[in-house]
Design a binder for this molecule. Structure first.
Ligand SMILES: Nc1nc2c(ncn2[C@@H]2O[C@H](COP(=O)(O)OP(=O)(O)O)[C@@H](O)[C@H]2O)c(=O)[nH]1
Ligand SMILES: [Mg+2]
Length: 283
């Protein structure tokens, strides 16, 4: 992951270390080039601007330090563990566009909960996409976790409600609520998610983002956050991701934390977000 971003920043480090004493015109040319490279790495323009400004305003000669500070500014947030919560059951709603990895991520989170010796139930809240209910049920079978489902086309809020009821009566620790893939421009579907959120009042609403989507993910994140309200992200497919821009951009634009990173298709491929590791990989 981060191959492209790393190489852009490396090029910058090389050229700026040589040209720190160069006249402004030359520095401007190098920064323009960096701007292009960062944008090509799927980094949103606002983030690119911040990094360039940080470089321009820095008095340090060590470009690496300046970049590190920029990235730390963007990716530092209060650490919150979604799997440690006072409420029982803790309700977690997963939202995001089709194919982002919601269903797979829910299975991975269920696995983590079981590994922590806690209990959960899954709500098959994607009543929209063909085979979605079978997909989540299969995960439930594999993990020995109950999945509450209704028929296709039924009200997803009712499914979530039933799952919460089930968790209450069985004294389970968590309810993981799957939802249908939503294109952020589809108003009907966005309204359905809003309704679910209002009725269920989840402890956490997590937006799942595919890291390979690139710049478009920023628009998705902003829209989901403004319409539904999110508490943070799980970024998936980090195993396949080459640019790294989606992470920086989505977080910078929404100021919401990243809870986990998905790093593969297996249940154990869900790792905690660790800024030190990310910095090591990028710089
Ligand atoms: N390589 C990789 N694939 C993933 C990851 N997370 C999800 N996927 C794959 O992405 C595809 C879509 O996932 P799914 O959970 O069905 O997405 P949903 O539509 O948001 O529920 C599936 O083929 C998953 O196996 C990940 O972290 N890495
Ligand atoms: Mg799904």
């Amino acid at each position: 992951m981060f191959k492209k971003l790393k190489s852009s920043l490396n090029n910058l480090k090389k050229s700026l270390n040589i040209s720190k004493k160069l006249e402004d015109k030359k520095l401007k040319k190098i920064l323009d080039q960096l701007e292009d490279e960062l944008i090509n790495s799927n980094i949103a323009y606002s983030v690119v601007e911040k990094i360039i400004d940080d470089i321009k305003n820095s008095k340090s000669n060590e470009i690496k330090d300046v970049l590190e500070k920029s990235i730390r500014d963007i990716l530092t947030f209060e650490k919150k563990d979604i799997l440690v919560s006072k409420n029982k059951p803790t309700k977690i709603m997963f939202i995001g566009v089709n194919g982002a990895g919601k269903t797979t991520t829910i299975a991975k989170v269920a696995k983590k909960i079981k590994d922590n010796k806690k209990t959960c139930v899954i709500a098959a809240g994607d009543t929209f996409r063909a085979a979605a209910i079978e997909q989540i049920k299969q995960h439930g079978d594999n993990l020995e976790v109950n999945v509450i489902s209704h028929d296709y086309g039924s009200d997803s809020t009712a499914v979530a409600y039933d799952a919460v009821d089930h968790a209450r009566s069985k004294k389970l620790d968590f309810v993981l609520i799957d939802t249908a893939g939503r294109n952020q421009s589809n108003n009907d579907l966005m309204n359905e998610l809003k309704k679910m959120k209002n009725k269920i009042k989840p402890d956490f609403t997590i937006m799942v983002i595919d890291s390979m989507v690139g710049n478009d993910s920023v628009e998705q994140a902003k829209k989901f956050d403004s319409d539904i309200g999110i508490d943070g992200f799980i970024i998936t497919k980090m195993d396949a991701e080459e640019t790294g821009g989606a992470i920086l951009s989505s977080v910078y634009e929404t100021k919401k934390p990243i809870f986990y990173l998905g790093t593969g298709q297996n249940y154990e491929n869900l790792i905690e977000f660790d800024i030190e590791k990310i910095i090591k990989q990028i710089l």
